[in-house]
Design a protein around this ligand. Structure first.
Ligand code: PGA
Length: 253
């Protein structure tokens, strides 16, 4: 069975102390991660070491960075390299979140380079894709997402692709309280899997976890994460509330 993942995306929220308290609260509540299930915490860079320490030795729980740079090292003031993340023992890196694409001009080509360098350092990318509202209204979301996949992922070998987690996040559903319906999510996830199957074959496509993101919360998690091609969630707002996130973990298939 594919990995089912509840990934928390804290974005640029919480102080160190609030982050510690949130992790403590989540870890103290009963949650049952089965063998194929994982909880991932994408925390701000300054909290990676703290999160890594708190989660050390906990089964099926991992820390993610929210970004990394595409170059190995050097004179790139303010950037964080994959080697730095690897040296902290980080497992995942969120790449191409729509906020990074929009506010920091991250292009499909730049993201292709980031995916490549992450894999070279054994970091697993959580690669985000998804369309803005105007594209959805024009009903051209499939072509839009297909292009994102093609330009950022299709340079990978099948073996490399299998290390990537995909997160489909329709931009109109992020932080808006408006989720895609479970039908819309399933439809796009199945489309993404078909695209991967065309390029890499069905057997490979079947192994790729595809998370849904966009206003996932306790109240809708069972319905959305229960869809056959939805393998978990990338969760912003609701991941900042312990009870909410634990309920989302417990909603994994
Ligand atoms: P949201 O954010 O859950 O607050 O909509 C999701 C995301 O941006 O990853």
């Amino acid at each position: 069975m594919r990995k089912q993942i509840a990934a928390a995306n804290w974005k640029m929220n919480l102080t160190l102390q609030q982050g510690e308290a949130l992790l403590d609260a989540i870890l103290s509540r009963p949650h049952s991660l089965k063998e194929n299930q994982q909880a991932v915490f994408a925390v701000p860079f300054p909290y990676l070491a703290m999160a890594q320490q708190k989660l050390a030795g906990k089964a099926n729980v991992f820390v993610a960075a929210q970004n990394c740079y595409s170059k190995k090292s050097g004179a790139y003031t303010g950037e964080v390299s994959v080697e730095m993340l690897q040296s902290l023992g980080i497992q995942y890196v969120v790449l191409g979140h729509s906020e990074r694409r929009e506010y920091f001009n991250e292009s499909n080509q730049l993201l292709a380079d980031k995916v490549t360098i992450c894999l070279a350092y054994q970091l697993l990318p959580i690669f985000c894709c998804g369309e803005p509202l105007a594209i959805r209204e024009a009903n051209t979301q499939n072509a839009y997402v297909a292009k994102q996949l093609e330009e950022s992922l299709y340079h990978l070998s099948a073996e490399q692709l299998q290390k990537v987690v995909i997160a489909y996040e329709p931009i109109w559903a992020i932080g808006t309280g408006k989720t895609a319906s479970s039908g819309q999510a399933q439809e796009m996830h199945a489309f993404i899997r078909r695209q991967l199957a065309e390029k890499y074959g069905a057997a490979i496509a079947d192994t790729i976890s595809i998370l849904y993101g966009g206003s996932v919360k306790a109240a809708n998690a069972v319905e959305i994460l229960g869809q056959p091609d939805v393998d978990g969630g990338l969760v912003g707002g609701a991941s900042l509330i312990a009870d909410e996130f634990v309920a989302i973990i417990n909603a994994l298939k």
